[in-house]
Write a protein that binds this ligand. Structure first.
Ligand code: SF4
Length: 380
């Protein structure tokens, strides 16, 4: 297939849905005893709701929306630290737009900006580096966050800053990795997961082998998937087929984009600039070993945590979620967004209480955008 329209072909979708229905029946799955498939990536969560795949697939399949939205899993302590940095008078704090509205303990970066902090939205870390060049008397900090998809561009920006000898640019690093939280979820005795739809964009960078442990050590199928409706339906069918045949393998449905061994240029840039933190806190999931990245010693001059004395080296960190917020339960599949008492009441996209309502990749924002507002209004 060459064109996007082909990946949305209704005839092919009907045929895949019929195959999914047959195999779901053969597995004896039902609404009461469903097969639990976690889509890890927030982009997949968004696509599932956008195309109504949760409604089109049989009730014997339950999608569990995983922790693959980097803004959603950013803990409140890190948002507070970002605001602390942004409020320094010498600082221009730069960030991607969706991080602006995430609430810390008391406020968001957007609210800090309204109160006078110099917070600017950028589209790339290189935009932040250019700001540093244009403002030599100011300290420019880039709020680096995201999974392996965005880490290479941040790494290359730090390399560029070093090559230019830039002294007024630094990175507040919150980059995180995907395989470690999958392991943490699989180790959680309360989680019921039968298989995974694996992330497409992250895998474009890291390849498929970092998921080998899912099949080898936990005997669960995982299928790396694209983002069009037929990609997702085919991936769900591949997961179900593995379960039906008693197999547990890593399969690559998105081979047109994802190379088996990843992108060597990106991986080399990441390895040059970053190393693993011993652990990193995830909103709703707690501390997960080796799941966060920090800047290597040779690039220490560009580490905002070192430069301004905040972050993991600076004392206790755990900050509780806002009262009534059920983001942790939603992110681990223990609750659906509509079951959160705050959904549509204390928490809407205009006034988000929890992080899952902020980013378009958050499960609650996806529910809201594709029918949740109506469902919420109909709820007693
Ligand atoms: S509705 Fe709001 S508070 Fe409730 S889980 Fe979703 S984002 Fe969190």
């Amino acid at each position: 297939m060459k064109y996007v329209s082909e990946f949305r072909d209704p005839v092919a979708a009907k045929s895949l849905l019929a195959a999914i229905a047959r195999i779901t029946d053969a597995l004896g799955a039902s609404a009461e005893k469903p097969v639990h498939i976690m889509e890890i990536c927030g982009g997949h969560t968004h696509a599932i709701f956008r195309y109504g795949l949760d409604k089109l697939t049989p009730p014997g399949i339950e999608f569990i929306h995983g922790p693959g939205c980097p803004v959603c899993v950013l803990p409140r302590a890190r948002v507070d630290e970002a605001i602390q940095l942004a409020e320094r008078p010498e600082v221009i704090f730069t960030t991607f737009g969706d991080a602006m509205r995430v609430l810390g303990t008391g406020k968001s970066l957007m609210q800090a900006r309204a109160a006078g902090a110099d917070v600017r939205m950028v589209y790339s870390p290189l935009d932040a580096l250019e700001l540093a060049w244009r403002n030599p008397a100011r300290e420019v900090i880039f709020f680096g966050l995201g999974f392996e998809t965005t880490t290479p561009s941040t790494a290359i920006t730090v390399q560029t800053a070093a090559a230019e000898g830039r002294t007024n640019f630094s990175l507040f690093c919150n980059h995180i990795t995907v395989p470690e939280p999958i392991k943490a979820l699989l180790d959680d005795p309360h989680m019921v997961l039968d298989g995974f739809v694996g992330p497409g964009h992250v895998s474009m960078v890291i390849g498929t082998h970092p998921y080998d442990f899912v099949a080898r050590d936990y005997a669960k199928p995982i299928v790396v998937a694209g983002f069009e409706p037929l990609d997702l339906l085919q991936s769900v069918l591949m997961v179900l087929t593995q379960i039906h045949e008693g197999r547990a393998e890593v399969e690559n449905q998105y081979a047109r984009v994802v190379p088996e061994h990843g992108n060597s240029v990106s991986l080399a840039a990441i390895a040059d600039v970053f190393e693993r933190r011993p652990s990193f806190e995830w909103r709703g999931l707690g501390e997960i070993d080796l799941s966060g990245l920090r800047i290597r010693a040779k690039y220490r001059a560009f580490d905002a945590e070192e430069k301004f004395g905040i972050g993991y080296g600076a004392g206790p960190r755990a900050v509780a979620e806002p009262e009534g917020c059920a983001c942790g339960q939603v992110m681990t599949g223990r609750m659906k967004p509509l079951q959160c008492p705050q959904f549509g009441r204390g928490c809407t996209p205009d006034m988000p209480l929890g992080a899952l309502m902020v980013s378009s990749e958050g499960a609650c924002a996806a529910y809201w955008q594709y029918g949740g507002a109506r469902l919420s209004a109909a709820a007693p």
